[in-house]
Design a protein around this ligand. Sequence first.
Ligand code: URA
Length: 426
Amino acid sequence: MSDAVSIIAAKRDGHTLTSAQIDWVVDAFTKGVVADEQMSALAMAILWRGMTRPELSRWTAAMIASGSRMDFSSLPVPTVDKHSTGGVGDKITLPLAPLVAACGAAVPQLSGRGLGHTGGTLDKLESIPGWRADLTGDEIHSILADPAVGAVVCAAGADLAPADKRLYALRDVTGTVESIPLIASSIMSKKIAEGTGALVLDVKVGAGAFMKNLSDARALAEAMVALGTDAGVRTVALLTAMDSPLGLTAGNAVEVEESLEVLAGGGPADIVELTVTLARTMLTAAGIEGVDPADKLADGSAMDRWRAMIAAQGGDPGAALPVAKESQVITAESDGVVTALDAMGVGVAAWRLGAGRERQGQPVQAAAGVRLHAKPGDRVLAGQPLATLYTDTPEKFEHATAAIADAWTIGDAYETSPIVIERVGL
Ligand code: URA
């Protein structure tokens, strides 16, 4: 027989929790027997004391067991998914899911909505007229089984790791988000419950990311790879740079537009590089050989899959995307080379323009966002446009401009640095 107070005290005093204690506390929390304040205290004790690898595996398994687990083992092709820990301008899922499907895998991508400065994949796709994020399990299955589609990006249902949903809401208001075991188990419980056979994690590192330094990012990647591996999911992580935004857009419809450029064989070089690298890593993790994703971008088959994927979820892939009612341009104050562009400043500006939300459940503006005209390495002259800001509500310009105005550092020389920093696993 367990009780919440002795479990909290055990972790507070630095002991390893037993499997029985973990199973009991997560189950009792899901049923409302363990109170929110008790789970919050336990989260704080875990933040300070950490968890061993077996403890963390069991904790994650208990989170998964709080809901139902999807099963795609009857599909004739391997399943593989990608998860990003979140970055500014990170629209990679949009070209990546149809691209990997075009290469022969099925991609079940259950995503979230944006909260804060990094934006949400579902919010971006919802700027496409008619597209819907909420699908039933049967709909997900039949889209994945359709050989002309094979990729789905939709909202995670309420029954997918419900204990994590409740715990995340508590962590958000109790200063306990920044715990590597809690972040790793939160992400991996949802990804394992989603039923994918292989998983590639894009762990962002830098000023615009959750993990600001390489050693924290590496520790998070190692914890997640271990959890996936222990659960039988072939898991690999790439640590990738998030100091400046990815691509030239941050927002909703503007990011869809840029993804379409990539699917049409163009688009910014950093987006193309990361999309193709992640696609190759996903195919290797899924055991698919002999197909080069770069060819599938060039020959139009990834774009065909995109159109089929959008249509399968009620969207009109040919419809015009929403355009903002108002725009305002930010200009350079001096001549020189852009040596740095602060991703956080750009992300916060897009969010303040209306592309993101402050509280769960708030609507977002489809057309709000930022289009960048100068990124690190570009030469600029005083007065030249650095970015255009878009919103339907012009009173937001002042607050957004305050966030982005100092985001560019203009100097003399710029040294390029790689997007993919390191690989963990497989
Ligand atoms: N994303 C999640 O899903 N959970 C966390 O704890 C942090 C980021």
